[in-house]
Design a protein around this ligand. Structure first.
Ligand SMILES: *[C@@H]1O[C@H](CO)[C@@H](O)[C@H](O)[C@H]1NC(C)=O
Ligand SMILES: *[C@@H]1O[C@H](CO)[C@@H](O)[C@H](O)[C@H]1NC(C)=O
Ligand SMILES: *[C@@H]1O[C@H](CO)[C@@H](O)[C@H](O)[C@H]1NC(C)=O
Ligand SMILES: *[C@@H]1O[C@H](CO)[C@@H](O)[C@H](O)[C@H]1NC(C)=O
Ligand SMILES: *[C@@H]1O[C@H](CO)[C@@H](O)[C@H](O)[C@H]1NC(C)=O
Ligand SMILES: *[C@@H]1O[C@H](CO)[C@@H](O)[C@H](O)[C@H]1NC(C)=O
Ligand SMILES: *[C@@H]1O[C@H](CO)[C@@H](O)[C@H](O)[C@H]1NC(C)=O
Ligand SMILES: *[C@@H]1O[C@H](CO)[C@@H](O)[C@H](O)[C@H]1NC(C)=O
Ligand SMILES: *[C@@H]1O[C@H](CO)[C@@H](O)[C@H](O)[C@H]1NC(C)=O
Ligand SMILES: *[C@@H]1O[C@H](CO)[C@@H](O)[C@H](O)[C@H]1NC(C)=O
Ligand SMILES: CC(=O)N[C@H]1CO[C@H](CO)[C@@H](O)[C@@H]1O
Ligand SMILES: [Cu+2]
Length: 578
């Protein structure tokens, strides 16, 4: 069962709600066992008009954003990905753990080679504990700019939400639009060695909203009935930006993140990192009218970028249509560089941690990892022709290793078949050189990283604590770090250098949130814990696309355990080859 909420060809994108009652009714006929659902994803280019210009973009089945996939907890999806485009592509199921089955996870050159033009790959997407909102997106170069869609994971059929059943749910996907062709943008970015062009607009369900030229008619609109409650499923698919979001006159009740539920709390605004999902309840309890929803980027480093606020509209039934333009005020949003507002929101997350939603945060740790995440420079391949600092090119690293993929074979195949020369297994457990990571002035000698493709090997069922340490190399920024293959418990965070003696005293080991993406604050740290019970090869990277391309990525290999159910499943027969 699937349906597309956002048929871009319809001029007025009034949301067609997926009524929960209807879904549950349909589901009744499928019985109560977990279902296997089939989809076909045809990758193809299609023309789309935004900001007064038309260009071809990469799509799935011609839709932008791509279709929303609906499952119940525990279902399996079989997706035939057929590449009818002229470009390589891979598809990642963001936040789906894929137990023992990294084969269908998607990051190119990590778990598979790209699906080349004319190629086909059948991906099995295995849902187990996830419930709430996740998403899918391309994981090959910068194709995810337009290739993405929501995944809605309903409770098991006989089960309920841990909050009163909402009247309907509304996926809201934030994206980023460039007038420029994405392949050209990416090429220019690589060749310049500097920052990429800033996008021309943030989008909400593919639309920039009425503060941008040519976009008034097409802004995303949600129809609501006064007195009812709606579940907004927020997803940040933007390429380069953490975002603030808010709805005029309405407080939001936060109830979930990254495919897990949270203890409900109220907030006037949301901070959402690229890669992250946040579920909020919106109570339509205001006078009948139209209200703006608005999003803009948060950046500790790019406060000067002059990008307009993106808008969408909440329209109460029977509200006058004419109040949709100049008469309405925008909701208040934090200032662009308000790091406190960003960090403060995220620090309020708490797991439900009740009988029905137990947590399993390791209280004893056997594997301590300390990873610096840094901006760097590397020599320009040509003599001083790059636009980075001092003619160098910009780079990024984890523990001073700037990731460079091996494009002749993916890491997973090399690992599974025991083929050498593809990756090194000596990714450092701690920074090779210790310095005052968050000092305002760091000597330039620390700026140049090593390059390579290294993995960190984890024993099966090891209890891992991983502390991400932001550094102030080239001026710190926030890094939304994303781990494939498992969520992690976010047990602590702070500003400055992590203090191994005192900071653990402040850890939350009672009800920490269970996330797959966490923004490491500017010049600060985040501590996460997880059990390595998912054997396979799992990518970890900053979800800011420019940072990932600059090398802020690394890979974990979780070894097989002893029992039959602790070993990787065999590969499917149609793995794409390089
Ligand atoms: C290096 O020079 C080559 C050939 O002139 C050019 O194609 C490439 O874009 C340059 N790369 C950078 C990073 O400047
Ligand atoms: C944003 O849009 C508003 C309304 O169209 C306009 O008045 C304002 O100048 C714009 N700001 C920027 C930074 O473009
Ligand atoms: C909108 O379009 C008009 C007419 O083409 C142009 O003069 C104006 O600068 C544009 N505004 C923005 C913010 O792009
Ligand atoms: C808006 O439309 C209503 C009818 O739907 C009309 O009574 C009202 O005068 C209009 N208001 C404005 C500001 O145009
Ligand atoms: C953030 O909070 C810290 C103290 O917690 C304060 O020193 C700082 O000025 C605040 N920054 C902003 C931008 O509000
Ligand atoms: C968030 O900010 C408010 C006001 O600035 C402050 O009272 C509160 O302690 C902060 N919460 C966290 C978790 O930082
Ligand atoms: C930064 O480093 C310098 C030189 O090592 C040192 O003198 C200074 O105290 C440090 N600043 C802070 C805020 O720690
Ligand atoms: C990073 O690695 C390079 C190359 O091995 C080395 O020269 C440099 O000292 C290292 N820097 C840090 C901060 O670890
Ligand atoms: C993992 O280890 C813990 C003890 O640290 C044990 O309780 C648990 O059963 C183990 N889980 C698996 C799947 O082996
Ligand atoms: C597409 O993937 C193949 C296999 O890895 C590779 O050889 C080729 O260079 C890729 N094409 C592009 C345009 O990146
Ligand atoms: C190869 C190349 O493009 N070289 C250029 C580098 O930049 C200098 C000065 O900006 C030019 O003179 C070179 O032609
Ligand atoms: Cu980053």
């Amino acid at each position: 069962m699937s349906s597309s909420h956002f048929n871009s060809s319809s001029a007025a994108a009034v949301a067609a709600f997926h009524l929960l009652g209807l879904l549950l009714f349909c589901s009744f006929f499928h019985g109560h066992a977990a279902a296997v659902r089939h989809h076909t994803f045809v990758v193809k280019e299609a023309p789309f008009t935004r900001l007064c210009s038309t260009k071809n973009i990469m799509t799935i089945n011609g839709n932008f954003p791509g279709e929303t996939l609906y499952v119940n907890k525990g279902d399996t999806l079989i997706v035939d990905v057929v590449n009818s485009s002229p470009h390589n592509i891979t598809i990642h199921w963001h936040g789906v753990n894929q137990p023992r089955y990294p084969w269908a996870d998607g990051p190119e050159y990590i778990t598979q080679c790209p699906i080349q033009p004319g190629g086909k790959f059948t991906q099995k997407v295995i849902f187990t504990t996830e419930e709430g909102t996740l998403w899918w997106h391309a994981h090959s170069e910068w194709t995810r700019a337009t290739v993405y869609g929501a995944i809605v994971v309903y409770p098991k059929k006989a089960d309920t939400f841990p909050f009163p059943k909402p009247h309907a749910d509304v996926p809201i996907i934030f994206g980023e639009w460039w007038k420029q062709d994405i392949f050209e943008l990416f090429e220019n970015f690589l060749q310049s060695g500097g920052d990429p062009e800033v996008s021309d607009a943030i989008t909400i369900n593919g639309q920039p909203g009425d503060r941008f030229n040519c976009s008034t008619q097409d802004m995303f609109k949600v129809a609501v009935e006064q007195g009812k409650t709606y579940l907004l499923r927020l997803i940040n698919a933007a390429m380069q930006d953490i975002l603030f979001f808010s709805v005029a006159n309405h407080r939001l009740t936060v109830v979930g993140t990254d495919g897990t539920y949270l203890k409900p709390f109220e907030s006037d605004y949301i901070t959402i990192s690229p890669g992250q999902t946040i579920d909020v309840l919106l109570h339509a309890n205001q006078p009948i009218d139209n209200y703006y929803m608005a999003a803009k980027f948060y950046s500790s480093a790019r406060a000067a970028v002059n990008l307009n606020t993106t808008t969408a509209m909440l329209r109460y039934k029977r509200a006058a249509a004419n109040s949709t333009t100049t008469t309405l005020s925008l909701p208040a949003l934090p200032a662009t560089a308000d790091t406190n507002a960003s960090v403060n929101f995220t620090a309020r997350f708490r797991s439900l941690a009740d009988k029905k939603h137990p947590i399993d945060v390791p209280t004893k740790v056997d594997t301590n990892l300390y990873f610096t995440v840094s901006m760097n420079v590397l020599p320009c391949p040509n003599s001083s022709n790059c636009t980075g600092p001092n003619g160098d090119r910009l780079a990024a690293s984890v523990n001073n290793v700037s990731f460079v993929p091996t494009t002749s074979m993916d890491v997973l195949r090399a690992y599974y078949e025991g083929i050498g020369g593809v990756y090194g297994d000596d990714f450092p457990a701690k920074p090779p050189v210790s310095f005052d990571f968050t000092n305002l002035t760091i000597p330039a000698v620390y700026r140049t990283p090593a390059t390579g493709n290294k993995v960190r090997v984890l024993e099966y069922n090891s209890s891992v604590e991983l502390v991400f340490q932001g550094t102030n190399l080239l001026g710190g920024v926030d890094h939304p770090m994303h781990l494939h293959g498992t969520n992690f418990y976010v047990v602590g965070s702070g500003f400055g250098n992590f203090d191994r003696v005192n900071d653990p005293n402040g850890y939350n080991l009672v009800d920490p949130p269970f996330q797959n993406t966490i923004a490491v604050p500017r010049n600060g740290w985040v501590a996460v814990r997880f059990r390595a019970t998912n054997p396979g090869v799992w990518f970890m990277h900053c979800h800011l696309e420019r940072h990932a391309s600059w090398g802020m990525d690394m890979t974990f290999i979780v070894k097989d355990g002893k029992g039959k159910n602790a070993k990787m499943l065999p590969p499917p027969p149609d793995m794409p080859r390089c």
